[in-house]
Ligand binder design. Structure first.
Ligand code: SF4
Length: 382
């Protein structure tokens, strides 16, 4: 029994598949993915964007393959990046075969949309030959006509039925290495569809609130929809859809997982909203620190509190903590620095930011060194 049972998440038991070397489902950590918005045939531009996504921590990246130029580009792209690539295919089964041959780790394709059974078999054979998994991606906005006629509108039942119909086509070809998404831009619909699908099968689920909007609205909608599902243990990989730089999608994805304690990547900053009691400019400090600490992938927690009202309490729970001690104008050593929850030394406002960056970088390096030492000891211990 956990000390804090209210923080426990019992994850749905799903079968595990692989997207390249990355496990999805089973006991694998929830992965974070995004999608490029460059022209795929522009190899240099697409590779540059994928590298930025890799730096932000993307586990998986999806690339659209609408034409032959795109799948030809994909072949070059996969050679130049480290993250596994999902080829996004709509309708054209030949693109799927080309993408599998080009080195895609996964095909996002709905087998019911590509025509005759023979074509499905050809795509499945290409996936099997090249070690590709697949994703069935049902979207409320593009439901099959017969389901719209049957249900009258895109509802959870129609979306689940669509997903299971596509799944059956793959199962009939003895293929089960796939995950499923049932995305909708309506949070209620997406939640209900995912909940029903989670009951109906054991395939890993790719979560998404589709066409969620710009950064602010999209982040809120995605956090509500995916947060609800993840808290219930549903979801094995997530994509936040934002009308914004795809790097933002990765950042928001990790922030959602960090909020639920499901994944820890980078610096988790706990900060107060600030008020008249603040001993330093909390908002500006957090803004600068977010920027200057963005390169750190190691999980480190940092609390930035403007005064002693909540500062010491939050600092006790974080690796490094700062609590304001003086006034905004204070240039002296008025702010208290906590290390591993214990008051350690003071720092003045003027040198505080550089000092925090240095402390966090040192902490991250120490965590990485300890991890490397533990890894190095493993073979000897076994
Ligand atoms: S921690 Fe202090 S400065 Fe920050 S909001 Fe609370 S009372 Fe205000």
């Amino acid at each position: 029994m956990s000390v804090r049972p209210y923080r426990e998440i019992a994850r749905r038991k799903s079968r595990q598949i692989f997207v390249g070397p990355v496990p999805v489902g089973g006991d694998a950590p929830v992965t974070v993915q995004s999608m490029t918005n460059t022209i795929t045939a522009d190899v240099a531009g697409t590779v540059a964007q994928i590298r930025r996504l890799e730096e932000a921590g993307a586990d998986i990246v999806r690339v659209s393959c609408p034409d032959e130029e795109a799948t030809a580009g994909l072949k070059e792209i996969v050679k130049q990046v480290n993250v596994p690539i999902v080829a996004d295919i709509h309708f054209h089964y030949k693109r799927a075969i080309e993408a599998a041959e080009a080195g895609a780790a996964c095909l996002r394709i709905n087998p019911g949309n590509i025509g005759a059974h023979e074509r499905v078999r050809e795509v499945v054979n290409a996936a099997k030959d090249h070690g590709c998994s697949m994703r069935i991606g049902v979207n409320a906005g593009s439901l099959d006509r017969h389901l719209l006629e049957k249900y009258g509108e895109p509802n959870p039942e129609a979306m689940v039925e669509s997903a299971l119909e596509h799944a059956k086509l793959l199962e009939d070809n003895d293929f089960r290495d796939f995950k499923i998404s049932v995305k909708a831009s309506d949070v209620y619909l997406a939640i209900a569809a995912y909940e029903a699908l989670a009951e109906a099968c054991d395939y890993p689920l790719h979560l998404g609130i589709t066409e969620a909007g710009g950064t602010r609205v999209g982040t809120v909608k995605s956090s509500i929809g995916m947060g609800w599902l993840l808290k219930k243990g549903i979801g094995d990989t997530i994509r936040v859809s934002l009308s914004a730089d795809p790097v933002e999608e990765i950042k928001v994805g990790f922030d959602i997982l960090k909020s639920l304690d499901l994944r820890h990547r980078g610096v988790r900053i706990v900060a107060c909203p600030s008020c008249a009691r603040q001993g330093f400019d909390v908002i500006k400090t957090v803004e600068i620190l977010e920027e200057r600490l963005a390169h750190i992938g190691t999980p480190v927690s940092l609390s930035i509190l403007g005064c002693v009202v909540n500062g010491p309490g939050e600092a006790r729970e974080t690796d490094i903590g700062i609590t304001g001690g003086g006034t905004l104008a204070n240039e002296g050593s008025a702010n208290k620095v906590y290390i591993s929850g214990v008051p350690d030394h003071n720092v003045g406002n003027a040198e505080m930011i550089d000092h925090i960056v240095e402390l966090v970088e040192k902490k991250a390096a120490a965590i990485e060194a300890a991890k490397a030492a533990a890894e190095a000891e493993k073979p000897a211990a076994e």
